[in-house]
Design a protein around this ligand. Structure first.
Ligand code: ME8
Length: 631
């Protein structure tokens, strides 16, 4: 049986820079995973935090002219605030400057020292301050750090060393006998690759003459702890190691989520540190790839990872979150661009999901509550049930490996199938024939059921939209995966029609190729004929027209469409006087969802051409009766 307790950690982020896209991705991915496990009823504990000691932070603080603590306080608060705004559901936020953490670091150091695992020695080597570690000759590229492409500094000094080398064989064996210990497999292979070279002992201290900003070694106050030795321990200090109840409960179920840049400390230093300290190893290390900035024209506006993160405010948390989870194949690198984000927002969220939710809730709200659906399920209904069950198990399978992109692709196949189901079942046609009422009820029931399924299973990925979907269906319970089943509903409550879940973004790209704020411009998107066929254009005769009170732009038109008379609000008041319009025939979109404009419900849209601010109403060159179809 699967492990029902789950302790997941993110990297704790350095406080030398503000939160950016990469941090946001790791934290959002961990959050989606934790939400998913909670949805499945598991006991979940989710830890994140900030890594506040070391040269890097001391240098950044000095540059800013403040103390390291003041600097750390400010940036750590910025991380915390970002996660709050993104709706991250972490249970704890650990700062390495907290007493609870420092005590555990010192206790573990003392334990290792007493056990003879730490010795005093001298080491000279090439050091990267960005990575906070020494590089071996083999790793150095053109005399520079392979990660930062910056010059390395040769440092030779006396330090304390952890006897890491003696665990090399043991670690290789552990990786070989536990193939799932590091995933995806490419990273397990990378660690095995490191371990083909002789493993060095690890320098775990820095002399206070060079660096004061760290945790003092308990056995020598002339030294502070090396930042990685300090930082990795956060994963157990946050649980109150060694006696805390959380530690006992959660540590046997620990999994880490990290980026590939910090594979070596997590795949080599940390397991050997744990083993030497007599602490059981974590269960699994999950490694994601790197985002780069690039892509199409619009992306030029996103110059750096901080700006990329700020797009979350422009496009909404759900859209940003969805994009990151859907676009990156877990473990591989991906490219971020504003254009790609807008593309997915329009296609997947506004079109596929948003249209389904608004079509479905419009139909459901029009027909009111269904007490006991009449018709029997047909093979089409049955297919939606089966697909829902298959989707749920596929999502479960993919989420077991953090394969968010595959889980989402599976859910979107289901959304596509439900959209096709509605097209084929055509409930609006069934509604015209009272004899088909039982079938109509069954179709609406399947539709409500499918929507409820989505309102549950999408919760970890687009939490705000999922909550809106459930809200429209009157589903007020705590969402649970076990309720994500299509086929149980026999009645449907009165459903509220939903406003657009995700507004389409019509992006205007200026000459320099920079994106500007979303603007209402001609959309370059091509639509299939089927979509166009859904639009009903008809001839309407204006029987009355008046200005809307307090509006310069709007006219309230009463129009005749066949036998029906309806109200249409049109934004043409700046160029058309109301009176001369009476008696004229215009073209309207007749099957638009009603919209309320300044308190008046508008049922349709008058068509007009526009050119540089001039509006020109569409008229007919031969007389046809009102209600005629425009095809
Ligand atoms: O390394 N793409 O902190 P850090 C994807 N304090 N993810 C990225 C990314 C990018 N371009 N840039 C950063 C540290 N990340 C240490 C960790 S843990 C005990 C100590 C993410 O602030 C990714 O998850 O440099 C990476 O591992 C992490 O941020 C590094 O954050």
């Amino acid at each position: 049986m699967a492990d029902r307790t789950f302790y997941l950690t993110t990297p704790i982020y350095y406080v030398n820079a503000r939160p950016h896209l990469g941090h946001a991705y790791a934290t959002i991915a961990a959050d989606a995973m934790c939400r998913y496990r909670r949805l499945g009823g598991d006991r979940v504990y989710f830890l994140t935090g900030t890594d506040e000691h070391g040269d890097k932070i001391a240098q950044a603080a000095a540059k800013a002219g403040v103390t390291p603590q003041a600097y750390a306080d400010e940036i750590s608060a910025a991380f915390r605030e970002s996660w709050r705004q993104l709706g991250i559901t972490n249970d704890d936020f650990l700062r390495t400057t907290e007493v609870r953490h420092k005590q555990v670091v010192q206790a573990i150091l003392q334990k290792l020292y007493d056990a003879g695992e730490i010795y005093f020695g001298e080491y000279g080597g090439w050091y990267c301050y960005g990575c906070e570690r020494f590089y071996t000759e083999k790793e150095i590229v053109d005399g520079k750090c392979p990660d930062h492409q910056t010059a390395l500094t040769f440092i030779k000094e006396k330090n304390y060393f952890f006897k890491m080398s003696k665990y090399q064989e043991w670690l290789v064996r552990h990786l070989e006998t536990n193939p799932g210990f590091i995933q995806p497999e490419r990273y397990r292979n990378e660690v095995l690759g490191f371990l083909r070279e002789p493993l060095q002992d690890l320098s775990i201290s820095r002399p206070t003459s060079r660096l004061k900003w760290g945790i003092p070694l308990p056995f020598d106050n002339q030294y502070v702890t090396y930042v990685w030795f300090d930082a990795l321990i956060n994963y157990v200090s946050a649980l109150g190691y060694p006696d805390g109840a959380l530690y006992t409960e959660l540590w046997p179920h620990a999994e880490h989520l990290i980026g590939k840049d910090i594979l070596k400390p997590h795949g080599v230093y940390w397991p050997t540190m744990l083993h030497a300290a007599g602490i059981p190893l974590y269960q699994r290390l999950n490694v994601h790839g790197y985002w780069s900035l690039g892509g199409g024209k619009m992306s030029k506006s996103v110059g750096n990872v901080v700006e990329a993160f700020q797009l979350t405010d422009k496009y909404g948390h759900d859209a940003f979150r969805y994009f990151l989870l859907r676009e990156m194949n877990f473990g591989l690198d991906a490219s971020f661009s504003e254009e790609a984000l807008v593309g997915r927002l329009n296609a997947d969220l506004a079109n596929d999901l948003g249209n389904l939710a608004s079509r479905a809730t419009t139909l459901l709200s029009r027909f009111g509550a269904i007490k006991e659906a009449g018709g029997q399920p047909t093979p089409e209904d049955q297919q939606i049930r089966v697909l829902a069950a298959e989707t749920r198990s596929a999502v479960d399978h993919e989420m077991a490996d953090f394969a968010f992109q595959k889980a989402l692709a599976g859910i979107w196949e289901f959304i596509g199938a439900v959209n096709r189901y509605v097209d084929a079942a055509a409930p609006w046609e069934l509604a015209k024939d009272p004899a088909k009422r039982p079938r109509l009820e069954r179709v609406l029931c399947t539709l409500a059921d499918a929507l409820q399924f989505l309102g549950i299973i999408l919760d970890p990925f687009v939490p705000e939209a999922a909550a809106k979907i459930r809200g429209a269906l009157g589903f007020t319970k705590q969402p649970r995966l076990e309720d994500a089943v299509v086929g149980r509903l026999t009645s449907v409550p009165a459903v509220e029609k939903m406003a657009a879940l995700f507004p389409r973004i019509e992006a205007k790209v200026s000459e320099e190729g920079k994106s500007t704020a979303p603007a209402a411009s001609a959309s370059p998107v091509k639509i299939p004929m089927d979509d166009f066929m859904k639009v009903e254009l008809r001839v309407a005769e204006v029987v009355a027209a008046e200005r809307m009170p307090k509006s310069k732009k709007l006219l309230k038109l009463t129009v005749k469409v066949g036998d029906e008379t309806r109200t249409v609000v049109a934004g043409i008041a700046e160029q058309y006087e109301p009176e001369p319009l009476v008696g004229r025939k215009v073209v309207i979109v007749a099957n638009l969802q009603p919209a309320t404009l300044m308190g008046v419900e508008s049922n349709g849209m008058v068509l007009a051409a526009s050119h540089e601010g001039t509006l020109s109403l569409l008229t007919l060159d031969k007389d046809v009766p009102p209600g005629s179809k425009v095809t």
